[in-house]
Design a binder for this molecule. Structure first.
Ligand SMILES: [Zn+2]
Length: 324
């Protein structure tokens, strides 16, 4: 009995303890990926996503790998959590611990855009809140659209995102939709209005994905190769910054902690639930690490996120990878 108890304690520890920070050596996890599109639907609690009529997310899950149990950081607020998603480290390390508009302050550690630019890749953001100005380190975002939330909304973000995709085909793009969170603060997490808002966000996600589908990869996209559609070379990562309960979200609140994490793209396992990998919890910080690995970007300093290599179908070329 004692032995069984000890094994139980060991398993619990193995499942819940986070991995120590590690660098990500330069390796290209997937030779077919030339672009990464990261979409965040702000405040998207996983169970509400499953309750909502969200055909585009469902289609993405069907052709991808996913979990409804990804974890956000302890600081379950919009700006710190998104910065962890886009830098791969905790808020203590990236230093963006505030959640309001602040000019001329940038994260202490590189974002995926900073690293991509250094590698000569093009970068873009289309975001629904002005506080995301912290992502726009001078010279690092080629095609930025930062909505003024007093006058603009998700429809403007989507319109601009579609335009950027069609005209510039950026190698790394981040799209942020805010309305699900806005409705959560006004009406409550789990309210009928918020479920409707998720349906709308899903339709907007559909517009962005349709732009990817429609844009040819061969015409002017640097490094895109000959022909094909942009979508065929793009790793899509859909997630969120936090959930919520009542009319808010924050630390020490279980319904705020879990977010969906969905990956789809070339060679990505279809309809694969990542919770099948016991002992490999997924964090919002893994988004950064997975994007870097997909693009062959080296991360030479220790980070808290890890590439989710289990999203890829097994292939000879994918076996000679660093062990994670
Ligand atoms: Zn948020």
């Amino acid at each position: 009995m004692w032995a069984r108890l000890l094994v139980g304690i060991f398993l619990c520890a193995a499942v819940s303890s986070p991995a120590p920070p590690r660098a990500v050596p330069a390796w290209k996890a997937n030779p077919d990926v030339r672009r990464v599109l990261i979409v965040s639907i702000d405040g998207l609690r996983p169970d509400l996503l499953l309750r909502a009529d969200a055909p585009n997310v469902r289609a993405l899950m069907k052709r991808g790998s996913y979990t409804m149990w990804a974890r956000t950081i302890a600081d379950a607020y919009t700006l710190p959590a998104h910065l962890s998603m886009l830098t791969g480290v905790t808020s203590e390390k990236h230093g963006i611990t505030w959640n309001d508009y602040t000019e001329d302050s940038y994260p202490q550690t590189p974002t995926i855009f900073d690293l991509a630019k250094k590698k000569g890749l093009s970068t873009a953001i289309a975001v629904a809140k002005m506080k995301f100005i912290v992502l726009k380190r001078p010279g690092m975002i080629d095609f930025p659209f930062i909505a003024d939330e007093d006058k603009q909304g998700d429809a403007d973000v989507v319109r601009e995102a579609v335009k950027i995709i069609r005209e510039h085909k950026p190698a790394v793009m981040f799209v942020h939709l805010a309305n699900v969170d806005v409705v959560g603060h006004a009406e409550g997490w789990g309210s009928a209005k918020q479920i409707e808002a998720i349906h709308l966000a899903d339709a907007q996600l559909g517009e962005v994905l349709e732009a990817m589908r429609g844009a040819g990869a061969g015409e002017g996209g640097a490094g895109a190769g000959a022909g094909g559609k942009l979508e065929e070379h793009t790793l899509i990562l859909l997630s969120s910054d936090h959930g919520g309960s009542g009319r808010g979200h924050g630390p020490d609140d279980a319904p705020s902690a879990d977010v969906p994490w969905i990956a789809a793209g070339p060679r990505v396992r279809e309809n694969f639930d990542l919770t099948l990998m016991r002992g490999r919890p997924i964090s919002v910080m893994d988004t950064f690490a997975t994007a870097a690995a997909a693009l062959g970007i080296e991360v030479a300093y220790p980070i808290d996120g890890r590439p989710v290599e289990a999203i890829y179908t097994s292939d000879e070329s994918l076996h000679a990878l660093p062990a994670w």
